[in-house]
Design a protein around this ligand. Structure first.
Ligand code: NAD
Length: 287
């Protein structure tokens, strides 16, 4: 049986770890604070009180942490994964972090970067899209584990390539949310029935997953995360740095990055990224 150590049992990591238990893996989880570890234990997993305890016996270590410094600390830090994992254990980092940090980590420990898309619902359903960077043989070794949490799993290139694809994903998602937000505020200002409008828009060329999955909550001003503004702000920082590095100009991406940063600066970092609608309404003098 493959033993998995899972670190970071938050909005995404919690349900991913639970799905691994359901698929028959022996999962030992660790998170700061006890409550999220207890939830994994309720789901049939094992709880650890330290990174060392979570990874010591593991064949595969999965990390699902907020940002690059968190992954660096957990993997490379004193008392981290590198210090305590077994020789030859494979790290699968599912967090969204900077591609250069993923490359650095893969130089120190056998690792794949495997960021995900599909949101909290995708994590609960085990239907995430997973973009994987690293060695082909490691991808093959990880595939049965990734199959338990994902629906679309693609090896996109060498170390860091998964993060680069994820950055493109976040550019598309942020831009689409902004356009949906602008459309909804526009429709409201014209006193059009937004529910009817969303239905017909979703059936045409303008149809997209944000309309399907987020527009209704945006209209109701329900911004419980989901995906927090502060995380998307982090991701748009990654996108902008990577675009600059490649000499690629992203005018719409730069604009939406500023809007996301503004939302965070106004104290809304903890809201769902659908809260871009709040900003559009405010800029239009409607909120
Ligand atoms: P989250 O904040 O809910 O979960 C992160 C967890 O890591 C938290 O429970 C936190 O306590 C824990 N943690 C942080 N530092 C730690 C440490 N040093 N030791 C142990 N535990 C630690 O975040 P999330 O929404 O689950 O996102 C995780 C990653 O996945 C992020 O990189 C995010 O960008 C990405 N992501 C999120 C979504 C989404 O919809 N939420 C979708 C795709 C990708």
């Amino acid at each position: 049986m493959t033993k998995i150590g899972f670190i970071g049992l938050g909005i995404m990591g919690g349900p991913m770890a639970a799905n691994l238990v359901k698929a028959g893996f022996e999962v030992t989880g660790y998170n700061r604070g006890r409550s999220k570890v207890d939830k994994l234990v309720e789901a049939g997993g094992r709880g650890a009180v330290s990174i060392a305890e979570a990874v010591r016996e593991a064949d595969i270590v999965i990390t699902m942490l907020p940002d690059s410094p968190d992954v660096e600390a957990v993997v490379l830090g004193e008392d981290g994964v590198l210090a305590h994992a077994r020789e030859g254990a494979l790290l699968i980092d599912c967090s969204t972090i900077r591609p250069d940090v993923s490359r650095e980590i893969s130089g120190r420990i056998r690792a794949l970067d495997a960021p995900v898309s599909g949101g909290e619902q995708g994590a609960i359903d085990g239907s995430l899209s997973i973009m994987v960077g690293g060695e082909a043989a490691d991808f093959e070794a990880a595939k049965p584990v990734l199959d338990a949490v994902g629906g679309t799993i693609v090896h996109v290139g060498g170390p860091g390539a998964g993060q680069t694809v994820k950055a493109a994903n976040q550019l598309i998602v942020a831009g689409t949310i902004e356009l949906v937000a602008e459309s909804l505020v526009f429709l409201e200002a014209h006193e059009v029935d937004t529910e009817a409008a969303i239905k017909v828009l979703a059936g045409g060329l303008a149809g997209n997953r944000i309309l399907d999955r987020k527009a209704a909550a945006m209209v109701k001003r329900e911004f419980t995360p989901g995906f927090r503004v502060e995380l998307h702000d982090k991701d748009l920082g990654i996108v902008q740095a990577a675009a600059r590095e490649a000499g690629v100009v992203i005018p719409l991406g730069a604009a939406v990055a500023q809007l996301m940063a503004s939302l965070k600066a106004q104290g809304h970092g903890g809201l769902d990224h659908g809260a871009l609608l709040k900003l559009v309404a405010q800029l239009s003098g409607r909120e």
